[in-house]
Design a protein around this ligand. Sequence first.
Ligand SMILES: [Zn+2]
Length: 295
Amino acid sequence: MRYELEPDNRNCPDDVLLDDLRAIAVRLGKATLTKDEYNKNGRFSAATMQNRFGSWNNALLQSNLSVGKRNSIPRQELLSDLRQVAERLGTKIVSVEAYGTMGTFSAPTISKAFGSWSKALAAAGLKVSSMWHPKANDDELLSNLATVWETLGGQPKQNDLRQPLSRFSADTYKRRFGSWRKALEFFVENTADGPPSTISTEPSIAIGDITPSSPEKHRTQRDPSWRLRFLVNRRDRFTCRACGRSPANEVGVVLHVDHIDPWSKGGETTLENLQTLCEKCNLGKSDLPMYENEG
Ligand SMILES: [Zn+2]
């Protein structure tokens, strides 16, 4: 048996590669080539072409072949392109923006093929950004949706769920509630004016509401329900009462609902005794009363 190395393609001029692409297309009588077709018939590999020309489509374009129709791109090809971008970035997380500038296809093409961008990332074995897809609880999701809704002054569309307006993507809501529509329905049901109705039937919400309280000192529970939280946020226009920051116009602002009279000092969980503070102001404030002459 003879051991032969394949030709070292790194030293092969661009023209030779492009000529081979064209030659195979002519031989197969096609105006465009898939990677599979080229791998079966070509002298080099599709990977070599991609490395040299940045992407498969670029190689096709440079050899004056046409680029395949977008909806006919095999999923495997989309995934391997995603992976290549990740590799070039040296990261496991590829944002839509980064892919838009470095990828062969368009991000919407990929999202469409896999149902969503994060599903495509998962299918490619990449990571879904933890900042954009935090493990949010229902309260945070609904409160964020409220902010978006109020800021837009109407029902948000999936596309509206973008930073800085929204801390979470529409995908996050779809995963949690089953569909975008269901998320909206759940939100509306639980924020309708009037007494809170079906909240207690939703375990994930109910669990968050059950907090040990001191019945002998308090008539309310320490943690406000999601609905009360929403009412406080809405009254305060989703803006920190101390510093005026709002997630509506600043990335990373997280709103908390804070007891004005501290719970530990007998303050109740009521609309009047609650206020919207951003995370920073709230953590800075801790258990101290809001004003020096109080408490
Ligand atoms: Zn603040």
